[in-house]
Design a protein around this ligand. Structure first.
Ligand SMILES: Nc1ncnc2c1ncn2[C@@H]1O[C@H](COP(=O)(O)OP(=O)(O)OP(=O)(O)O)[C@@H](O)[C@H]1O
Ligand SMILES: [Zn+2]
Length: 768
């Protein structure tokens, strides 16, 4: 828990130019050695790092030292907006009020920062910023495309030069021109490989010999040493071409995953002094009116004051049918206005909107790594040295012990092993696979706060449901009022409605509605709410108690119990029972299907917890086909119930995971106690977004099953990649040692595996 809260405070920053997975690991290792940065987490999949905001400058220095090619730039999403408005705690402020130094110092960084709408000084007027966002997008993208073309052209030229040289090489053998061809080949080698060789030398100076650059350099240098110059050039060329395509594939998949999660509205059209200005969403104040054109994303939460349209909420909730909106309706940032022109009165600063919270959450999710991801990192730490040791053994031992073994031949085999010792395919594709899983889930309206929870979802075996608001709609209706002891029906309702005047429980709302007249709060004194029981208050001086059977016992009020078709609220006045109100809630239409779907997915036990009466609880449980019910629970009993269920599971030796699903109201302790805390109706409930590990954006219980399917698909693809990559490596280790595979075949296989694994990882987006 303490780790988690600290994590919440961490801020995500972009690492520009981080295109090898081993540099991601190196940066993370270096950062974690620094006091105050022990929990820094680098995500290769998102190309970002999670840092405590106050240590950013130090982190920037460290990164510049470890990986000079990588730059730290401010967050992609402007998550500091809320802090600037002074509405959130200052600690989440990612950087000073002015453009972060790193972004401004480097032209490319600046372009990116501008393109992403970042680095807006709070004092800068709206007009200054007008249009900046839209135009700045191009230079960054163009820059990227140009560098791609440049690399492509260089590779093409190098390939031609290489082909010409290898064509001439055997033909000029023995002539004086042979030396010139060798020189040309060497030039191509240096030209193609200078990046790799440079990085290798840099890392070697720091004692890092197991980095892929170093291994490639060593292997090709070895080839040159045994007079295999063309082979060395070929290997370097292949490797660079592979890296190039790998970068492209990684960029593409990062972009497509991000596009799914990119809910960030870029601008708002605000109406000021009769003019319409285009400003960043965080520059709009509460109470101002904004205009949203058809096809535009609604930039801020608010109420429609003019116009009607259909709002597409799919990006937020996964709900595909657009919702009709008219004057008086609430709309939320992140929805897309599909048809008419809307005028919206802003009700919340951007930083407090659900979409801003979701963005913060998504940015940090990839940093919570799944055990499999951690395992791969550890694995590669041993794998590479092991293969290098094997290569050394192959080069040295057979020539010494096997009579007649040629040193050159075994050296060649050893070089093949060096080529295969790079774990790139795994290190790159596994984090991307999990990132894709997070993206795929969010596309279906489920936010998963980390890859670790994605992993836990695949093992789900126990689901604990909260009843009210989760399995039932939580919208109560009074169905029966029975007066006792000479009170009238109206009087019972009047007293109850007043006693409940200050309660936010849905029961209170239903009683107020049934009462039908205005509740005068001035008549109420000494209000007190007893959690899990009901309320107590003085109405016109009389002590009124409204609540369940438990409350009557607590208050020592004589009564008889009788069955009812719903939740019973007893009303007592000055110790005398005045009547009872029966309240009914509706089961959500998709709840039964949700329970069934989870059972089909292998969940063995589904339990419902409720503060409500046993009779009501049992009816709901029977209707839904749940395995067990625990009724009459106080909020603290629910934590205990979850703990007990968990202990039972452990005793039975199950290694699965337990999820608690609640509506996020009063559930925080239970949500944190479960392996996976799931909150429903994330839109609108801040408490839910914060306390839960998984947030279901709309309030459909069926989405839990969807989340499990996405998690399983992710795991399947990750496993495929691991098996595939390791399988090919193993084959080539054997072929290489046997002297069957050549160096360039090994490179080819390695690059191919990486590319296929990356492409496979993006499949997660569509799976599940
Ligand atoms: N304001 C209230 N007025 C009357 N009764 C109340 C009130 N608040 C709670 N109760 C009684 O206490 C019971 C438990 O309430 P609690 O808020 O703990 O659970 P809940 O959220 O309604 O249901 P669940 O536990 O299924 O989510 C209710 O069923 C009701 O009988
Ligand atoms: Zn009783």
């Amino acid at each position: 828990m303490s780790t988690d809260t600290r994590r919440e405070r961490m801020q995500s920053y972009v690492l520009e130019g981080m295109d090898c997975a081993s540099c991601a690991q190196r940066i993370e290792d270096a950062l974690r050695r620094e006091p105050g940065l022990e929990e820094a987490t680098v995500s290769f999949a998102t190309g970002s790092v999670l840092l405590p905001p106050e240590r950013v400058e130090r982190a920037r220095e460290i990164i510049a030292r470890v990986e000079p090619g990588v730059r730290l730039v401010p967050p992609r999403q402007d998550t500091g907006a809320a802090a600037r408005n002074g509405t959130l705690q200052e600690s989440v402020l990612p950087h000073g009020p002015h453009p972060a130094p790193g972004a401004a110092a480097h032209p490319a960084g600046e372009a990116v920062a501008r393109a992403t709408g970042e680095a807006v000084a709070p004092g800068s007027s709206a007009k200054e910023r007008t249009g900046a966002t839209g135009q700045a997008e191009r230079p960054a993208e163009e820059e990227e495309r140009h560098s791609t073309y440049r690399r492509l052209a260089a590779i093409g030229l190098a390939t031609l030069a290489f082909l010409a040289a290898t064509f001439l090489h055997p033909r000029l053998e023995g002539t004086s021109l042979a030396l010139a061809v060798d020189a040309a080949l060497l030039a191509v080698y240096v030209w193609v490989g200078h990046g790799v060789i440079g990085a290798a030398l840099r890392n070697a100076r720091r004692g890092q010999f197991f980095d892929e650059n170093f291994l490639m350099t060593l292997a090709t240098a070895g080839a040159i040493a045994i007079h295999e110059l063309p082979e060395a050039v070929a290997v370097m060329l292949f490797y660079t071409v592979g890296e190039f395509f790998q970068d492209l594939a990684v960029q593409r998949s990062r972009r497509s995953i991000r596009a799914l999660m990119d809910l960030r509205p870029d601008y708002a059209h605000v109406r000021r002094n009769g003019e319409i200005l285009r400003v960043p969403p965080e520059a709009v104040a509460v109470g101002e009116e904004i205009v949203v054109r058809p096809g535009e994303r609604i930039p801020l939460d608010g109420e429609v004051v003019e116009g009607s349209s259909f709002a597409d909420t799919s990006a937020l909730t996964g709900e595909s049918v657009p919702r009709r909106v008219e004057p008086g309706d609430e709309v939320m940032a992140g929805m897309v206005n599909t048809r008419g022109l809307l005028t919206v009165r802003v009700s919340r600063p951007f930083g407090e909107s659900s979409v801003a919270k979701i963005l913060r959450l998504v940015e940090t999710a990839a940093a919570r790594k799944a055990p499999t991801e951690r395992f791969i990192t550890t694995f590669s730490r041993y794998y590479t040295p092991a293969v290098v040791a094997a290569a050394l053994a192959v080069a040295v031992i057979p020539p010494l012990v096997v009579p007649g073994a040629a040193f050159g031949d075994w050296l060649r085999r050893a070089l093949v092993l060096l080529v295969i010792s790079c774990p790139c395919a795994l290190v790159i594709s596994i984090p991307l696979g999990y990132f894709g899983g997070l993206g795929g889930a969010s596309r279906r309206g489920v936010l998963v706060k980390g890859s670790n929870y994605l992993d836990a979802l695949t093992r789900l075996d126990t689901v604990v449901w909260d009843k009210t608001g989760t399995l039932t709609r939580g919208v109560f209706k009074v169905v029966e009022v029975t007066p006792f002891n000479g009170f009238s029906r109206d009087r019972v309702l009047e007293l109850a409605a007043h006693a409940e005047a200050f309660s936010s429980h849905p029961i209170a709302a239903s009683i107020a509605e049934a009462y039908g007249r205005a509740v005068e709060r001035s008549r109420v004194a000494g209000y007190e709410e007893v959690a899990g029981h009901g309320v107590r208050a003085r109405v016109d001086g009389q002590l009124v108690v409204a609540g369940n059977d438990r409350l009557l016992h607590r208050e020592d009020i004589p009564h008889e119990t009788c069955e009812a078709e719903g939740t019973v609220v007893y009303v007592a006045v000055d110790g005398v029972l005045a009547g009872r109100i029966v309240i009914a809630d509706e089961i959500k239409p998709e709840a039964a299907a949700a329970v069934r779907a989870l059972r089909e997915l292998g969940v063995r036990r589904q339990v419902m917890l409720t503060g409500d009466d046993r009779s009501v609880a049992e009816k709901v449980a029977a209707a839904l086909g749940l395995d067990e019910v625990r009724a009459n629970l106080l909020p603290e009993d629910k934590v205990e119930a979850v703990e007990r269920l968990d202990a039972e599971r452990r005793r039975e030796g199950r290694i699965g995971a337990l999820a608690f699903v609640g509506d996020g109201i009063n559930d925080a302790p239970v949500l944190t106690r479960a392996d996976i805390g799931v909150a429903m109706g994330g839109l609108g409930s801040d408490a839910a977004i914060e306390a839960a590990d998984v947030v279901i954006m709309d309030d459909s219980p069926a989405r839990l099953a969807t989340a499990v399917s996405v998690a399983r698909a992710t795991r399947r693809i990750v496993k495929q990649n691991i098996a595939f990559a390791l399988g090919v490596k193993l084959i080539f280790v054997l072929l290489g040692a046997a002297g069957v595979a050549s160096m360039w075949e090994a490179v080819f296989a390695d690059v191919g595996v990486s590319l296929l694994a990356i492409l496979n990882a993006t499949r997660v987006l569509r799976a599940g």
